[in-house]
Write a protein of this length. Structure first.
Length: 101
């Protein structure tokens, strides 16, 4: 029984040795080429993400500028001292007087 077990183990080990002999280690040039292609792919991905980020940053700055312009414009229009608001009050007063008569 022990002899049969050792024979089986010997067969498995011989098969593994045969498999290892068939496998050839990659040459340094092949490893370098594979690594360089990975680096290039990552560089392209980085460049793409950076361009997208720059575009979104520019759009954000434009929206911020528009927001500032609109907030300044709304402050001017909502001001009670503005000439337009004074004219509106005058016209409202005239309308009220006309409605009373």
């Amino acid at each position: 029984e022990i002899i049969n077990q050792l024979k089986e183990e010997n067969k498995k080990l011989r098969a593994e040795i045969g498999n290892l002999r068939e496998e050839k280690p990659q040459s340094v040039e092949q490893q370098l080429e594979r690594t360089m292609s990975e680096v290039q792919a990552l560089q392209r991905k980085y460049d793409s993400k950076k361009a997208s980020n720059d575009k979104k940053q520019s759009h954000l700055e434009n929206l911020g500028n528009k927001l500032m312009e609109l907030s300044v414009g709304s402050k001017l229009c909502s001001s009670e001292a503005s000439p337009e608001m004074r004219q509106i009050r005058v016209l409202e007063n005239r309308l009220d007087k006309a409605m009373i008569k």
